[in-house]
Design a protein around this ligand. Structure first.
Ligand code: CU
Length: 318
């Protein structure tokens, strides 16, 4: 069983790159209109971070509050930009502490580590964006992917370096937030809510959508969205994913004949009270699975396998 980075479902990945936001629903538009008449309008801080093998170009200090983070991947491999609050902890210590978390070893998460979301699984030569809440603090932007995450399933055994986390190779860059704006996360097509230990998923309509992922729990949560093939009904999708999780929990490779969903979006990870938007293209008449691969801060299994933190939703026919 291959190791799974923080943000990676570990199945064959079909990625949506650089999706732009879809139109807001009527309800969200109404909500946005109401709030705009009662609160002063503040604009999220726009920040574009460039990724390459192996590093980030990011300003040493940026305005927080609400930030529109764009990851421009100028490299050849897939990269991500995940924001980790570190307090006064040195960079070298963070890199050490991150590895058991990324590997899902079930150890306690150090108290200083807080996840603030980011942009994940961005193929080389493309960009993607997320609008996220970012309070004042000291942060490190990391990529928890490896070179192996850019290989498709038919590629041969990766070279030794392919298993090294990109944050160990230079993709861990500190930055600070001192001043904050008063902007709010803009209205989206809906909110996917994480609690300890479940998801609340709104009704899904096909199309290019932007959702808000919000963590109302005390634990850290992430949101991996994967799409089953046409013709896999909700019941078949659930039993297939249950089998996948059971194999994962047992450290086994899932059976070859199992219908495996394709990764289509990722949001987070988010510590308690975090919010971040993400884009996804939803097809008609498909079943989507939403899963969290984080562990409790005190340690233990990943939430999808150990806490049943998995949800399903099916789009209507086009
Ligand atoms: Cu979780």
């Amino acid at each position: 069983m291959r190791r799974r980075p923080l943000t990676f479902l570990g199945l064959l990945a079909v990625l949506i790159a650089g999706c732009s936001g879809g139109g807001a629903t009527g309800a969200d538009r109404a909500a946005a209109k109401t709030s705009s008449t009662t609160a002063p309008v503040a604009t999220p801080t726009g920040v574009t971070v460039t990724a390459r093998e192996y590093g980030f170009d990011i300003p040493p200090e940026l305005e927080g509050g609400v930030v529109r983070l764009t990851l421009q991947n100028d490299g050849k491999l897939k990269h991500e930009a995940v924001i980790v609050a570190v307090g006064d902890t040195p960079l070298a210590r963070l890199k050490q502490d991150l590895t058991p978390i990324v590997k899902g070893e079930g150890k306690p998460t150090p108290g200083y580590v807080r996840f603030q979301g980011g942009v994940s699984l961005v193929p080389g030569g493309t960009s993607a964006a997320s609008t996220l809440a970012l309070p004042a603090g000291n942060y490190v932007m990391v990529c928890t992917l490896t070179d192996a995450d850019s290989l498709d399933a038919t590629a041969g055994p990766p070279p030794a370096r392919a298993e090294r986390f990109h944050y160990e190779l230079g993709m861990a860059v500190p930055f600070a937030v001192k001043a904050t704006n008063t902007a709010v996360v803009p209205a989206t097509d809906g909110t996917i809510l994480a609690r300890d230990w479940s998801f609340e998923v709104p009704a899904l309509a096909p199309g290019t959508r932007t959702f808000t992922f919000r963590n109302d729990g005390e634990q850290d949560h992430s949101l991996a969205v994967a799409e089953f093939a046409d013709g896999i009904d909700p019941g078949a999708a659930k039993s297939a994913f249950d089998a996948f999780l059971a194999a994962d929990a047992a450290g086994k490779t899932p059976p070859d004949d199992l219908p495996t969903p394709d990764d289509v979006a990722f949001a987070g990870p988010l510590s308690s009270a975090g919010r971040a938007t993400f884009a996804v293209e939803l097809k008609p008449n498909r079943t989507y699975v939403f899963a969290c691969y984080m562990t409790d801060r005190t340690g233990g299994p990943r939430h999808a396998t150990g806490k049943g933190m998995v949800a399903y939703a099916t789009t209507p026919a086009g």
